[in-house]
Design a protein around this ligand. Structure first.
Ligand SMILES: Nc1nc2c(ncn2[C@@H]2O[C@H](COP(=O)(O)OP(=O)(O)O)[C@@H](O)[C@H]2O)c(=O)[nH]1
Ligand SMILES: [Mg+2]
Length: 376
């Protein structure tokens, strides 16, 4: 009798424990789905990840299509303009990019310099990767002043400039090169896409797919990651010059464009720009007659030297004039840092094993990122 009472008590105790465990499990599930910032269920995320793996080359390890020596699914490369003295900054960038992504994909690197690379630099980079690395010197005429620029006036601007890099002549050569010449360099002539990289940047998350193939498959022309506003004193007449260009070349501006991103309803310039130290681009965009005409027009005006026009606002205004929003992709899943600003993807713990704190990666909340999401 006593034994059977004890048995009943034990059964009740076990039932209570069982109910408690069940309750706890349901609670955890609810909490997890409520705190899933991507708004997807765990199942959705899993199936999306799987289909993305297949469509964009994820899980490519060991497949020939990404063998170091072989041709890749996309004619593409990681491209940097860099100086010999930036070897260790460049090594940091490439080490991280290899660890986070390229050890599986083996896309080649193309490094360019206005001076010949030292043997130490070349060896120091090639040691980091089994992918092909090519080193190139810039073509004559692509670094320096065009003949029509008044160099005395340019020097006056540098001497009086009160903004970051305002005193630098080489910085202006760099911005002009990145705006109108990098994609014409002979080492890039067979490329369809490039991913621009720089020394001393960070990639916070694993990237488990091929962004080049992703661009190609979706017909994207321009991919970006951080979008700040430009500092006014560096672009004092850029918008006026652009308005003149549009007025004089209306046939080059398609009706479906993205101008609302850079132009307010009252016609003024938002100064929104894609931070071009990270950009993944279908190079046919830069090689188009529209882009070329715009670059020529700006270059003729001398604003690279009489002000300090950056390649970022120029690329960005060109994107806004000539592309549709559906051709422009926000790589908000790529965690990225360039000195001064960072983007940490939402849901960074679950996605891509990021090492950044999404609460600190404020770039997603920048006015220009929001404006991009709002425009159609
Ligand atoms: N070869 C070479 N590369 C340069 C020169 N100036 C800048 N760069 C490169 O151009 C890119 C942008 O320059 P950076 O100083 O990072 O400009 P910021 O990102 O606007 O602050 C980096 O990859 C630099 O290594 C230069 O005079 N020569
Ligand atoms: Mg930089």
């Amino acid at each position: 009798m006593l034994a059977s009472r004890r048995l009943v008590a034990l059964a009740k105790f076990l039932a209570i424990i069982g109910a408690f465990v069940l309750f706890l499990h349901v609670g955890v599930e609810m909490y997890a789905s409520r705190h899933n910032t991507t708004g997807q269920s765990i199942y959705d995320k899993w199936t999306n990840a799987l289909s993305r793996e297949k469509a964009y080359g994820g899980g490519a390890t060991g497949e020939n299509q990404y063998a170091p020596e072989g041709t890749k699914p996309v004619k593409a490369a990681l491209v940097a303009l860099v100086r010999n003295q930036e070897l260790y900054g460049m090594r940091k960038t490439i080490r991280e990019l290899e660890d986070r992504w390229n050890h599986k994909y083996n896309y080649p690197y193309i490094l360019l310099n206005d001076k010949p690379f030292s043997e130490k630099f070349k060896q120091g980079i090639q040691d980091l990767t089994k992918a092909k690395v090519e080193f190139g010197v810039l073509e004559p005429g692509t670094w320096g002043y065009p003949e029509w620029v008044d160099q005395i006036k340019a020097k006056e601007e540098r001497d009086n400039a009160n903004y970051i890099k305002g005193h630098s002549e080489s910085y202006r050569f760099m911005c002009r090169f990145q705006s109108g010449f990098v994609y014409k360099h002979p080492l890039l002539k067979d490329l369809d896409y490039y991913w621009r990289i720089e020394p001393d940047v960070h990639y916070f998350c694993d990237i488990d797919y091929d962004p080049f193939l992703f661009m190609k498959t979706n017909g994207f022309k321009y991919g970006w990651n951080i979008a700040p506003t430009e500092y006014e004193p560096t672009v004092r007449t850029l918008w006026n010059t652009t308005e003149n260009f549009m007025r004089e070349n209306p046939e080059l501006i398609p009706q479906h464009n993205m101008l609302d991103w850079v132009r307010r309803s009252d016609g003024t310039y938002t100064k929104c720009h894609f931070w071009s130290n990270f950009e993944i681009v279908d190079l046919s965009f830069y090689r188009s007659k529209e882009y070329e005409a715009y670059f020529e027009y700006l270059d003729r005006s001398g604003g690279f030297f009489y002000e300090r026009w950056g390649d970022a606002p120029i690329h960005s205004i060109a994107v806004s004039m000539f592309l549709k929003k559906s051709q422009v992709h926000y790589f908000d899943d790529i965690g990225y840092y360039h000195p001064a600003m960072a983007h940490c993807p939402a849901g960074s713990k679950e996605r891509g094993k990021c090492i950044c704190d999404p609460n600190e990666g404020g770039a997603d909340n920048f006015m220009c990122a929001k404006r991009f999401r709002q425009i159609s």
